[in-house]
Design a protein. Structure first.
Lengths: 111, 213
């Protein structure tokens, strides 16, 4: 048996292990997304959480879920810093605008 | 220019050179990201409009209007998140040269997209039982109803286009006309649909439900 023939199955096995390892972040992100969705439903349906705390929790969880999708499933985690800034920079503006509107609404409706 | 087109015109096929700022990201990928950012502004505008209307209207849910089915929508969320996983695994399989697995995973993604659309149809019109429309959530009769149908409808349109996009890429892939780079671009679009749904689920379904809407 030549050296090449001896090494080929091992190399194939290494490739399979590497491919399997590359899939782990996607599967972990999926599991976290499902858990966070269940937590969201729990927060929305429990009734025992103060309203403002529930609002903050739901918005925080939504941002965390969106970040997981963008970083792992949309591969933003593996892009250059400039591309990350190109994408995330403009998205900050509507988020800040929405936050200001929510704070304004909370102030106007405060007892 | 794709490698196939480049070859047809007598140009040598070359790998995209790494850029100092954008690394290995191709013009196609940067273009897709720019499109997705602009699309995110559309959704952002709709969600902010809903927030402004919500803040100025008490009660948000008008008498006679039905409650939104949060548990049913949670199942749709599970379906959509699952399709993001199958999509990215499909791309990984294509990148590794496992063509059958890649095609199967892309097919599953399209199937999940169709399942989501069927679920949304059920929610609006009711395949089994009454849909929201017949239960009294009528477009134009309240800000809650109008924003609900506009936002979920706009998202549903994205899912529909996404399913057509997946099927077009899948057919091209089976005919060896599509590379894993094009599958990655498709993945950016499809996962963006999931990305946006995360906010729709929170802002349209969950947050208003805290005050009984």
């Amino acid at each position: 048996m030549s050296e090449k023939e001896t090494l080929q199955p091992a190399a194939s096995s290494v490739a399979h292990v590497r491919e399997a390892r590359e899939r782990i972040p996607y599967l972990v992100a999926f599991a976290i997304l499902i858990v966070l969705t269940l937590v969201e439903i729990g927060v929305a349906r429990s009734g025992g959480i103060p309203h403002r705390a529930a609002v903050v929790a739901l918005i925080t969880i939504a941002i965390a879920k969106a970040a997981l999708i963008a970083l792992f499933y949309m591969h933003l985690r593996y892009e250059t810093r400039i591309l990350k800034l190109t994408v995330l920079g403009p998205l900050v503006a509507p988020a800040v605008y929405a936050l200001l509107l929510m704070l304004d609404a909370a102030r106007r409706h405060a007892p | 220019m794709s490698n196939a087109v480049a070859s047809e015109h007598g140009h040598p096929t070359v790998a995209w050179p790494p850029d100092a700022q954008y690394g290995m990201a191709t013009p196609g990928k940067i273009g897709m990201w720019i499109f997705l950012i602009s699309d995110a502004f559309s959704f952002g505008g709709l969600l902010i409009a809903e927030g402004i209307l919500y803040a100025g209207r008490h009660p948000w849910r008008q008498p006679g209007e039905p409650e939104l089915g949060i548990f049913f929508t949670a199942v749709l969320t599970f379906v959509l998140v699952s399709t993001s996983l199958t999509n990215v695994l499909g791309w990984a399989a294509a990148a590794a040269g496992r063509r059958k697995q890649a095609a199967l995973l892309l097919g599953l993604t399209a199937f999940g997209g169709v399942a989501f659309l069927v679920g949304q149809f059920q929610e609006w019109f009711g395949i089994r039982g009454h849909g929201l429309l017949r239960e009294g959530l009528v477009f134009g009769q309240s800000p809650r109803a109008s924003t609900f149908y506009v936002i979920t409808g706009y998202h549903g349109l994205h899912v529909l286009i996404g399913v057509a996009y997946i099927l077009a890429i899948l057919v091209g892939y089976l005919r060896h006309r599509v590379t894993e780079r094009q599958i990655e671009l498709l993945g950016l679009y499809w996962c963006f649909v999931d990305f946006v749904w995360v906010f729709i689920f929170s802002f349209v379904y969950l947050l208003p439900s805290l005050s009984g809407a």
